[in-house]
Design a binder for this molecule. Structure first.
Ligand code: NDP
Length: 281
């Protein structure tokens, strides 16, 4: 049943291009309805070079905050008056909160990943050997929250090894982190948890990693969601991983962080994750 939106409704939304595929309106509006809030969450698609002007036009009214997705995560950092440490180190923001003349930028992607792994999957990162594949925006945003959980070590491997090495260098003061190419994984010890933070699965591809990366019984986490058993998850399963997950929980958990940041209420993530989950078989 649709709900009328009053003139006083508090507005939030997601800015992206394209944005029609985004699940954020479905997620946030479900929580708004569950909490009985006079609010609405809408998708916005400004032109590729028009982020600042578009966001500026939304200011001053009922707008509370925005999620930001591809290709505007860097524009969001540039637009903000204040950057959190996570957004600054990630060089990208996926959420903005407006307070008077201030625009605070945050990056909740990595916290969403860690919350999903620890809270929803019941997997403790502390003391584990973690491998993350990819060195793009998603990997960059995940490094600080992963290191905050004190893994034994975090290895970043990427198709373009220099990017992984540069990330490891940048975050070296935050924990035990090393960057490498996929070729370097051949002689490496197996990992307790392997996170695929590449976009390879979007095209049915996968990073060229050896099956020996996966320790018996390890957790294999695919950040891409809604694709079922991707080539990465298939390899992980055949190599002995017993726990497989895709990024739907990460998506919902980062949304919950933004919802709580704007509205002061932590929503219940479990029903939404259940609703959006596609079985991995
Ligand atoms: P970027 O475009 O910033 O980075 C892409 C990364 O994937 C790079 O490391 C790139 O390597 C690598 N890559 C791309 N194609 C291949 C391939 N065929 N083989 C090996 N490596 C490849 O993307 P993001 O970091 O922003 O996003 C990565 C993925 O994470 C996306 O697919 C997105 O769907 C997902 N994501 C999920 C979220 C969630 O909430 N579940 C949140 C954010 C992202 P190279 O550097 O060599 O080009």
């Amino acid at each position: 049943m649709s709900r009328a939106v009053t003139g006083a409704a508090v507005v939030a939304g997601v800015v992206g291009a394209p944005v029609t595929h985004s699940l954020s309106p479905l997620i946030h509006n479900a929580w708004i309805a569950a909490a009985g809030l006079d609010a609405v969450y809408a998708p916005f698609a400004p032109p590729a070079d028009g982020f600042s002007a578009f966001v500026q036009g939304l200011r001053g009214g009922a707008i509370r905050g925005l999620n930001v997705t591809v290709p505007f995560k860097l524009d969001a950092c540039a637009y903000a008056t204040d950057l959190s440490e996570r957004a600054r180190l990630a060089g990208a923001a996926n959420a903005i909160k407006f307070e008077g003349a201030r625009a605070y930028a945050e990056n909740f992607d990595g916290l969403g990943l860690v919350n999903d792994i620890e809270r929803n999957l019941g997997y403790r990162i502390e003391g584990k050997l973690i491998l993350m594949l990819g060195a793009g925006g998603a990997a960059r945003g995940a490094i600080l929250p992963l290191l905050a959980e004190k893994p034994a070590a975090l290895a970043i491997a990427n198709r373009t090894p220099e990017k992984a090495r540069a990330l490891a260098e940048q975050f070296s003061a935050c924990g035990d982190i090393v960057g490498m190419g996929y070729g370097d994984l051949a002689g490496a010890a197996p990992f307790d948890c392997v996170v695929n933070a590449t976009s390879a699965s979007l095209s049915g591809d996968m990073p060229s990693i050896p099956p020996t990366c996966f320790a018996g019984g390890c957790l294999a986490y695919e950040m891409v969601y809604g694709k079922g058993l991707t080539p990465f998850l298939r390899l992980a399963r055949s190599a002995g991983a017993v726990r497989l997950a895709d990024g739907v929980g990460m998506l919902v958990e980062q949304a919950a962080k933004a919802f709580a940041w704007w509205r002061g209420v932590r929503p219940d993530t479990a029903p939404v994750i259940e609703r959006l989950t596609i079985p991995l078989n």
